[in-house]
Design a binder for this molecule. Structure first.
Ligand code: AMP
Length: 283
């Protein structure tokens, strides 16, 4: 089974790292490799992120890792099997800082929009009922308003710093995107291998957002501890040898809640608190 992976750019390293953590990753990848063996019968092929949707839709690869924005821009019918938790960005409409326009709906008919996402930009302005002129560029749309070839842009942004650097101001969002595992919809011989790949990647994606927390808590506080530590299906509770007053509790918790949970456990008198990363999680 062939898995199309970006050969360069922002998504490449994240995609390779995720596959490696899931135990299927290509082990040796040169900067210029076109293909590499992965675990079992999987084989990586390295192509441009922007071409991956086409390759998968045409059957040149059975699966691919690329951005949701690129999948949508391709216009091809594809199944997104899994959200991978990296490559977050938004496709936005931006105008020059000094423009009086506050929202995309206020752009006048005939406004020239520079974009490398002509399909998504076209659909967006059609939905607003504004006939715009699309100026197709293959990248660096930010420069187009300064060169006088466009009045606004539709481009990707994550922190907004590139827009600011180019004297542009976001006025509306078109689409939110993250990296996805994609495949051609419908039955195929690769379905089992695809499901296994999706499950392996999902176990890593789930694990990344969680931590394993262990603590010794006073037995008398167990009920309150349970409220603080929900765990996947309630905390695991263990006796501690030679101690009637203390219990050990273990639970899987959301990474972004660890800080608060640890504080509350300490407040309940917990001791020996340990928080560790989880490699894979299959709830
Ligand atoms: P590349 O041009 O190969 O670096 O890949 C571009 C893809 O990376 C985009 O289509 C998005 O899916 C993703 N991406 C994630 N964050 C950003 C960002 N801040 N700017 C542009 N692309 C991003």
């Amino acid at each position: 089974m062939r898995v199309a992976i970006p050969n360069k750019g922002r998504l490449r390293e994240h995609a390779i790292r995720l596959l490696k953590l899931a135990g299927v990753g290509p082990r040796f990848v040169g900067d210029r490799s076109l293909a590499a063996p992965m675990a079992e019968n999987y084989r990586a092929i390295f192509v441009r992120a922007a071409d991956i949707a086409e390759y998968v839709a045409d059957g040149a690869a059975e699966a691919g890792i690329t951005g949701h924005d690129l999948v949508r821009e391709s216009g091809r019918e594809l199944e997104e099997l899994l959200e991978l938790g990296f490559g977050a960005c938004r496709l936005v409409v931006a105008v020059r800082e000094e423009s009086a326009v506050e929202a995309a709906k206020d752009l006048t008919p005939g406004t020239r929009i520079a974009t490398s996402f002509p399909r998504l930009a076209g659909e967006y302005f059609a939905s607003l009922g504004i006939p715009v002129t699309l100026v197709r560029v293959s990248g660096a749309a930010e420069i187009a308003p300064h060169l006088g070839v466009a009045d606004a842009i539709v481009d990707l942004s994550s922190t907004g710093s590139t827009l600011r650097l180019h004297g542009l101001r976001e006025i509306d969002g078109v689409l939110s995107s993250t990296a996805r595992l994609i495949a051609k919809p419908g039955p195929s011989d690769a379905r089992d291998a695809l499901s296994e790949l999706a499950a392996a990647l999902e176990s890593v994606v789930e694990a990344r957002a969680r931590r394993y927390l262990m603590a010794n808590v006073p037995r008398a506080k167990l009920e309150v501890v349970q409220a603080v530590l929900p765990g996947l299906s309630g905390p695991t509770t263990m006796r501690i040898l030679n101690s009637e007053e203390w219990l050990a509790v273990h639970a899987v918790v959301d990474a972004d809640k660890v800080f608060r949970i640890v504080g509350r456990l300490k407040g309940l008198g917990a001791q020996g608190i340990v928080v560790t990363a989880i490699e894979r999680l299959m709830p």
